[in-house]
Design a protein around this ligand. Structure first.
Ligand code: KG4
Ligand code: ZN
Length: 314
């Protein structure tokens, strides 16, 4: 949940992570997620208002995510947002979660359109040309698993729990990245991604042989990152933009940060990463998006807006 003032000044960015509730299932369980959204909404609002030191009456716009994602949690969040705006008699704005990730850069004021956005989260992996705030062209996306999903599935296979990305990031530092020659699917072709084959290759090792965990993880991680980095650089050069900004949970990956920065620089490009608390899912990015669209673009949404689980960007 986030509260912003004057368009992009973040007053509150409160994250209630449900990860521990889902850990034993190895992924997000829709029913549990929906119920917890419902339970946490009111206390979080109270806390957020307290932290920002404002009253509900001071709120002049309510934004909520309407897609993409699991329909249950989307419905809960969207209904809460719409009810709040109705009861306060202020405008409502439905926000595309993916656009919210792009707007993390609007809040941090580091990337200026036009730039290339590499969106890498648990549910999405795509390359988007941000021509301007609100004006996007999708250049490529994953044909199967998202990058974060591949991290989580490999983590599940090797008993690391959920979400596995941060643990793989840490453990890979101790491993040899060249131990396993894992495939880099579609590395030489186009701007789409595919991680299912890589995941299966890791599964075959886990099932059939003794392995050193840090070596396995480091080799897997390197295969994912090589693909993400090569395609981002290819896209930026093709579109003639000199900034590559990374967003979504996987943008917290320390090796991605280091390697992309280094390789981009060699090509005369600049890699930009938002601060950690704006990288992973958070309310402030949604509030900033809603605020800019309302204040600067005169956009609002009708209260009849429904959830769109497979919403795209661009
Ligand atoms: O954007 P996000 O918080 O939620 C979604 O919208 O999906 O991304 C969560 C994903 C998870 O798959 C998690 O394993 C991954 O981001 N992740 C990481 C790291 N931190 C989070 N993956 C690799 N390295 C990390 N340090
Ligand atoms: Zn996300």
């Amino acid at each position: 949940m986030g509260i912003v003032e004057g368009g992009s000044n973040i007053l509150v960015n409160k994250i209630y992570s449900q990860a521990d509730l889902h850990e034993k299932y190895g992924g997000v369980v829709p029913e549990i997620a929906s119920r917890n959204h419902l339970k946490k909404f009111s206390p979080l609002i109270e806390e957020a208002l307290g932290e920002a030191d404002i009253d509900l009456e001071d709120v002049d716009l309510v934004g909520a995510t309407y897609g993409p994602g699991l329909v249950g949690p989307l419905l809960v969040g969207l209904s809460m947002g719409k009810s709040l705006s109705y009861s306060l008699n202020v405008f409502f704005l439905g926000v595309n979660h993916l656009e919210g990730h792009v707007y993390a850069h609007y809040a941090s004021r580091e990337a200026e359109p036009p730039f290339l956005a590499l969106l890498v989260s648990g549910g999405h992996t795509s390359l988007v040309l941000v021509k301007d705030w609100g004006n996007y062209e999708r250049l490529g996306s994953t044909r199967d698993d998202a990058a974060g999903e591949a991290f989580d599935k490999v983590g599940y296979m090797t008993g690391l729990g959920y979400p596995a990305g941060p643990k793989i990031d840490e453990m890979s530092k101790e491993g040899n990245r060249a131990s396993y020659d894992f495939p880099r699917p579609m590395l030489e072709e186009g701007l789409d991604f595919s991680f299912a084959g890589l995941k299966s290759a890791v599964a075959r090792v886990v099932e059939r042989e003794d392995y050193d965990l840090p070596d396995l993880l480091a080799s897997f991680q390197e295969a994912v990152l090589d693909t993400l980095i090569a395609k981002s650089i290819r896209a930026a050069k093709r579109e003639n933009v000199n900034q590559i900004s990374v967003m979504g949970g996987v943008s917290a990956n320390s090796r991605l940060r280091k390697q992309l920065s280094k390789k981009a620089e060699k090509e005369g490009l600049k890699a930009i990463f938002p601060p950690f608390d704006l990288c992973t899912d958070n309310g402030a990015m949604i509030a900033v998006t809603a605020s800019d669209k309302y204040r600067n673009r005169n956009e609002t949404s009708p209260l009849s807006l429904g959830p769109e689980p497979s919403l795209h960007l661009g």
